[in-house]
Write a protein that binds this ligand. Structure first.
Ligand code: SAM
Length: 269
């Protein structure tokens, strides 16, 4: 249950260096406050909500090697699986060894790394930019990400919760869409995909349609077929590389995609 979930009190208290050690800034400060998490060279920009076994972020990782991506998953064992999967991929794709001193001076500390930032070295090997966190995003998303940090959220094959009385467990609702609008920056995207037509129309209705409430002025639907470059790539990857997407392909099922762009903040009088 959620009682056993560990979540940060605020985004500022989130220690990302444990998730992405390759992107930890080389601090020059000698007296860092131990209570504040170490600074990072990058922030998480892509969240895969309900990431399941992690197929999406694993596929996106090599395509966007300097973009940090986080899979969020409710189930404990599934989250552990993704964490172990990423650890194995990282060990098969280790970071390059930092350059060593080549001075002619006597070597007092052999193989001492230069104080350079490993994340700035290119090309950086894949999988060091992805991680997973166990969380119930229906409750804790604003504890994890500050306002406007994310460029994209993926909602891939969310649990359909067919029965009417279970609809409140769906991860798309007017209230949650307002939270997604809080953490996604203007111009950013929410990508959705499902094989359940009724859930697809539910998601559209709650982002931009008659049930979107206040979220309506924060989102506009974009034509996913017109998306180019990285955004077009993301649509293809979520259709083909998620575990659920592959299952639907095997079964010859149909996939319904909808993409929503975060509008600029409304101007207040
Ligand atoms: N996105 C993956 C894919 O496409 O292969 C997995 C889809 S699976 C049908 C839905 C996942 O969402 C499950 O793993 C479930 O545990 C997770 N989930 C459901 N509610 C959630 C919540 N409130 N917070 C985080 N994850 C959630």
């Amino acid at each position: 249950s959620d009682h056993s979930l560990i979540y940060p009190a605020s985004p500022e208290s989130m220690d990302w260096s444990t998730h992405f050690p390759a992107f930890k800034a080389q601090s020059t400060e000698t007296n860092e406050t131990p209570s504040t998490p170490p600074p990072m060279t990058r922030q998480v920009e892509i969240a895969d909500i309900g990431c399941g076994f992690g197929g999406l972020i694993v596929a996106l990782s090599p395509l966007f090697p300097t973009t940090l991506m986080l899979g969020l998953e409710l189930r404990n064992q599934v989250t552990d699986y993704v964490i172990n999967r990423i650890a194995a991929l990282r060990s098969q794709n280790p970071l390059p060894l930092p350059p060593t001193y080549t001075s002619t001076a006597p070597i007092t500390a052999p193989n001492q790394p230069l104080a350079s930032d490993p994340s700035q070295q290119t090309p950086s090997p894949p999988y060091h930019n992805i991680s997973a966190l166990r969380s119930n995003t229906m409750k804790f998303l604003p504890n994890i990400f500050p306002r406007a940090q994310l460029t994209s959220i993926f909602l891939c094959f969310p649990d359909p919760h067919f029965k009417q009385r279970k609809h409140k467990a769906r991860i798309v609702s007017a209230q949650l869409n307002a939270e997604y609008a809080y953490v996604v920056r203007p111009g950013g995207l929410v990508y959705t995909i499902t094989d359940v037509e009724e859930l697809h129309s539910w998601m559209v209705r709650h982002f931009v349609g008659e049930e979107s409430g206040d979220a309506a002025e924060l989102w506009e639907r974009v034509d996913e077929k017109g998306l180019e470059g990285d955004e077009g790539v993301c649509v293809r990857i979520m259709s083909e590389e998620t575990e659920e997407g592959k299952k639907v392909t095997r079964n010859g099922g149909r996939k319904y995609v909808a993409v929503f762009r975060r509008r600029e903040n409304p101007e207040w009088p």
